[in-house]
Design a protein around this ligand. Structure first.
Ligand code: GLN
Length: 362
């Protein structure tokens, strides 16, 4: 009901205002009659209009579309065959409006971005404290599939976004069987996206045939008693969740659900428990781009999550999300063009969470 009302209001006040709301100074002490020296006369709620966001997205698309840096993931053989020129950008606001450019309807595998949503499901069931105790949230500074991190990190699981921590997170989700767990996860992701998602069979088969490294990580977790269900079943469900197909449009909508504190902006359904969203977003800020996370936080200042399928989604809390799909990856496994686009758009729109502009200062 609240959500419906919100959507109705939002459609009246429009896209631009919605992007301003979180930056609006009204709720902040500095907006009072006696401004502080720091903020006096500086409030400038420079909300971009939908047209301005479209223009910035178009600029980014043109600027980076010919970039050929990076290489498709090939350790999952089928990913090497994806057309490296595919390139799509989508922005979705928390009132469900969308701007886009390029290949926004091509389904690609969600890969590690799935880890965010399985974390959300585990937190829905167990609460933030229990998940923190069972998984942890320390950046490893190591590649996402590192065996050394499992050995060295005091928690062994590290965080929910390295493969070991993600497999352990899957093991926390309750279900009577591995099949039932997989269905539960797929249904949950579909609700987050606001439409039915499906498994990309070719990706699943390719990864299931080559995932000995992940099986080894799970076995190591068993040694440390940091996996909470059958190891091989947990790896298999994890492999399926990584093989879920999403388009850039669907991924941006999933990001917008996070931006909307767990309620899908179009269906209005509160899919992710609202109280868990701050922890989900802070963990994305610290570890969402694997061993590229520190540089990302430094330069861009937005919670984001990448996957080796070539997708990255970045979330602007309360305002919206941007998803980019472009398969060639850097050495850490992050899409090169997606990083360039989000960095460019975030800078042009002034949405770095820590920037003065994002809190309404010049
Ligand atoms: N399914 C991939 C793996 O387990 C996910 C990795 C990723 O996207 N970084 O290696």
């Amino acid at each position: 009901m609240v959500s419906n009302m919100k959507r109705k209001t939002a459609s009246i006040i429009g896209f631009a205002l919605l992007w301003t709301l979180a930056a609006a100074p009204a709720a902040f002490p500095q907006a009072s009659a006696k401004p502080t020296t720091q903020t006096a006369g500086q409030h400038s709620p420079v909300a971009p209009t939908k047209e301005q966001i479209q223009a910035v997205v178009n600029e980014a698309y043109e600027k980076f579309k010919s970039n050929t840096e990076g290489k498709n993931a090939d350790y999952i053989p089928v990913l090497a065959q994806v057309d490296p020129k595919l390139f799509g950008i989508v922005v979705v606001s928390t009132d469900g409006q969308m701007v886009s450019a390029g290949d926004i309807n091509h389904a690609f595998s969600i890969q590690s971005i799935s880890k965010v949503f399985s974390l959300a499901l585990a937190m829905n069931e167990l609460g933030a404290d229990k998940v923190f105790e069972k998984i942890g949230s320390e950046p490893t500074g190591r590649p996402f599939n590192s065996v050394e991190a499992v050995v060295d990190m005091p928690t062994h699981t590290g965080n929910p976004y390295v493969n070991a921590g993600a497999i352990a997170t899957v093991s926390l989700i309750s279900a009577p069987s591995a099949d039932a767990k997989w269905q539960k996860i797929l249904d949950f992701y579909s609700k987050v996206a606001g439409e039915k998602l499906t498994l990309l069979q070719d990706v699943y088969k390719s990864e299931a045939a080559t995932n000995t490294g992940n099986k080894a990580l799970a076995a190591l977790l068993l040694k440390y008693e940091r996996i909470y269900a059958d190891t091989l079943e947990s790896v298999d469900v994890y492999t399926k969740q990584c093989s879920v197909g999403v388009t850039a449009k669907q991924l941006a909508m999933m990001g917008a659900t996070l931006a909307d504190y767990g309620a899908n902006p179009v269906t209005g359904e509160q899919v992710i428990k609202r109280e868990n969203v701050p922890e989900i977003l802070s963990s994305m800020t610290m570890a969402g781009l694997y061993d590229g996370s520190g540089g990302w936080a430094w330069h861009v200042g937005l919670p984001a999550k990448s996957g080796v399928g070539g997708g990255i989604v970045a979330v602007v809390p309360g305002k919206g999300a941007i998803a980019v799909f472009a398969p060639p990856l850097d050495k850490a496994g992050n899409s090169v063009k997606a990083q360039l686009v989000i960095t460019y758009v975030a800078d042009k729109l002034g949405i770095n969470l820590f920037s003065p502009r994002s809190v309404g200062l010049k």
